[in-house]
Design a protein around this ligand. Sequence first.
Ligand code: NAD
Length: 333
Amino acid sequence: MINVGVVGYGTIGKRVADAVMLQDDMKLAGIVAHSYNFKIMAASLKGIRIFSLGNRELLEKNGIKVEGDFDSLLDSADIIVDATPGGLGKENKEKYYIKKDVKAVFQGGEKADVGESSFVAQVNYDDALNKRYVRVVSCNTTGLSRTINALDRAFGVVNVNATLIRRAADPGESRKGPINALVPTLELPSHHGPDVKTVIPGIEIFTTAIVASTTLMHIHTLSVEVRKEVEREDVLKVLRKAPRIRIVSKEERINSTAEIIEFARDLGRGRGDMPEVCIWKEGIGVNGRSIFLIQAVHQESIVVPENIDAIRAMSGVPFESSFKKTNESLRIE
Ligand code: NAD
């Protein structure tokens, strides 16, 4: 049994905690409550063990049962999933995880050097085997890496140009924006392209990004040059077969990110999540050696299965045993 502690119980942390509880080879040792808020209240009502961070009195005053402090969670966990805001993971590693000799999975808001490897399960699982510190890459990098890896294995990728239309905030956030603008990222390439190279070394990729006033999902448009001429049907076949990628279509009346999220809700998954990258069938086009496609990425959930697989890889479990178990437990196709 792998004992997992979660530090940073927000959008990603609360989902990873729930996913850990669905695994038959993992136990949620507990979460750290950085502050008192509705997420901590919900965790408490769900019976999750809560550990304080210098705020025991505040938590107890609000009816939260505190099992111990941060140090005692570190003592009882084999692995920490650190899902704190970007940059804090590295601080926590240096201040706590190294000293306590505990393994840790970090998230995409950290720089790549926080981990011994950057991780997307279906691309480079073995790089994380038995490692102490691994970074699960960001939602955008995970989505790009899954798709590019599938095309690369099938046809050999020469180069990729991608534009990312990024959601401005997560649905539960009221303080971020913009609320009425499209904001170009004035950094070329955007950081996403170089980040994909931490997972697929040697890939030629250039990315640009725009932030849009929406909260549901990101959309990426990709132009991928491959080694030989391809048929559209072959591209579709490859993407249909690739794991954690879902082909959606106009025939299903899935015309936008709104219908994808409604579909995820109809599937009855926790929080209406869609951890698969969704690629529109009608959005796939081919011109000689160039493949064009449009995909949507659910930023809140795409990295959840990746965190579960990273925990197993760092515990020495082989890819074949982890990937399938994660997909089945989270009902991912
Ligand atoms: P979030 O703000 O929703 O959650 C972070 C949580 O950490 C909050 O609940 C906060 O109270 C808590 N926290 C803050 N300081 C803390 C501390 N010192 N100790 C313990 N807890 C502390 O953030 P998020 O969106 O879940 O992002 C977490 C990480 O995941 C970041 O690296 C981010 O880049 C990455 N990520 C986010 C998304 C996304 O779309 N939200 C997608 C993929 C990856």
